[in-house]
Design a protein around this ligand. Structure first.
Ligand code: NAP
Ligand code: F7E
Length: 331
């Protein structure tokens, strides 16, 4: 049975990757950081089938010990401070976790077992102020947030350890991918959840920032499949995963409100609080290399993604217990 160690298992991608790897017959070790309350909501359904272990990307020794004890064949480094606005308010922490955390894990692999295959969760945020349209693996980076800068570091340190120590280290440059398991602070889930709250009569407005920004949005389960595919190749390389389509925040909002038969203009309030110090205006990826070399394809269209997310939040709010505790996030 192959063994995979996944950091960030409590996050959106970690939970879907764990589902996927269990389906492939893997022994899954999920790394969680210590917290005063457990946050296993996304992995509750598989808790009995995976091993949950404590570790933190801020703590080098914890990573070395985990690798020594569990001896994984593959490490998926999905842990990060991943919310762009928080990276502006906590830039040093973001650098420690999202950038230096990658070095800590790579160095742990170099010390414990150089045969471990390594996946780094890189991001389209590295393209920032885009230097070409669409973006490919060859497009130069111009990050626009401390998060984007940290991810550029994570990408290059992965390439550097591959070249310096001959590690099977891969950087997957993934464009925005969403699902009903997405954190409530990210735009697509904030909209899906906000629309469902309005439908349920729990609120009447949805406060948002820049509606003009454009993103290449896909469905998260498709993207975790691509991560695994990258580690099954004969040689380590970097790949970009995207749908190849771009849509504005405004389009996302309109389709979500249309889906429940409401006029978005009567409910959306523009709040400058949600503007960012520097914005990424336009992202659209060219996934040709992943299609050709990995055989990867996305399976869910933009419109279907919006609708499935709204439907999931509507269903969630229909459960009465949840209805009263449903959080109204203001980040
Ligand atoms: P997410 O939901 O925010 O999950 C982040 C995970 O990292 C959580 O499990 C979190 O644990 C963990 N974490 C944070 N700090 C940590 C630390 N110091 N030590 C150990 N674990 C820590 O993110 P996601 O959407 O699943 O994304 C997964 C990865 O892909 C991230 O690296 C993200 O930057 C990258 N990425 C995401 C996208 C996307 O569209 N989703 C696109 C490109 C790249 P807690 O639960 O304890 O907070
Ligand atoms: O914002 C605009 C906002 O927070 C998308 C992370 O997973 O994907 C994600 O980063 C757009 C931005 O994601 C609100 O200004 C308008 O232009 O959903 P988001 P992101 O910043 O693109 C990349 C690939 C990652 O790697 C990251 O980890 O939506 N926007 N109004 C808003 N965004 C938020 N969050 N909230 C608003 O009210």
């Amino acid at each position: 049975m192959p063994k995979a160690l996944v950091t960030g298992i409590t996050g959106q991608d970690g939970s879907y990757l764990a589902d996927f790897l269990l389906g492939k017959g893997y022994d899954v070790i999920g790394v969680v950081r210590r917290s005063s309350t457990v946050n296993f909501d996304r992995i509750e359904h598989i808790q009995e089938r995976i091993q949950i272990v404590q570790g933190d990307l801020l703590d080098q020794v914890s990573l070395i010990h985990l690798l020594e004890e569990h001896r994984p064949d593959e490490v998926y480094n999905l842990a990060a401070q991943s919310f762009v606005p928080t990276s502006f308010s906590q830039p040093a922490l973001t650098g420690e976790v999202t950038a230096l955390g990658v070095t800590r894990m790579l160095d742990a692999i170099r010390i414990v077992d150089k045969n471990i295959r390594f996946y780094q969760a890189s991001s389209s945020e590295m393209f920032g102020k885009v230097q070409e349209v669409p973006q490919s693996e060859k497009t130069p980076f111009w990050p626009r947030s401390p998060y984007g800068v940290a991810k550029v570091y994570g990408h290059w340190i992965t390439v550097n350890y591959r070249e310096s120590y001959d590690l099977f280290a891969v950087s997957g440059i993934l464009f925005n991918h969403e699902s009903p398991r997405r954190g409530l602070e990210f735009l697509p889930r904030k909209v899906a959840h906000g629309v469902a709250r309005i439908r349920a009569g729990l609120s009447s407005e949805l406060r948002l920032g820049n509606l003009e920004a454009r993103r290449d949005w896909g469905y998260a389960p498709d993207y975790v499949r691509g991560m695994w595919m990258m580690l099954q190749q004969d040689h380590p390389d970097d790949y970009l995963l995207a749908t190849g389509e771009t849509h504005s925040v405004g389009e996302f909002v309109r389709i979500a409100f249309d889906h429940i038969g409401l006029d978005w203009e009567k409910h959306v309030v523009i709040d400058p609080k949600y503007y960012r110090p520097a914005e990424v205006d336009l992202l659209v990826g060219n996934p040709a290399k992943a299609r050709k070399q990995l055989g990867w394809e996305h399976s869910v269209s933009f419109e279907d993604l919006v609708r499935l997310m709204v439907d999931a939040d509507l269903a969630m709010l229909e459960e009465t217990e949840t209805k009263h505790t449903s959080p109204n996030i203001n980040w």
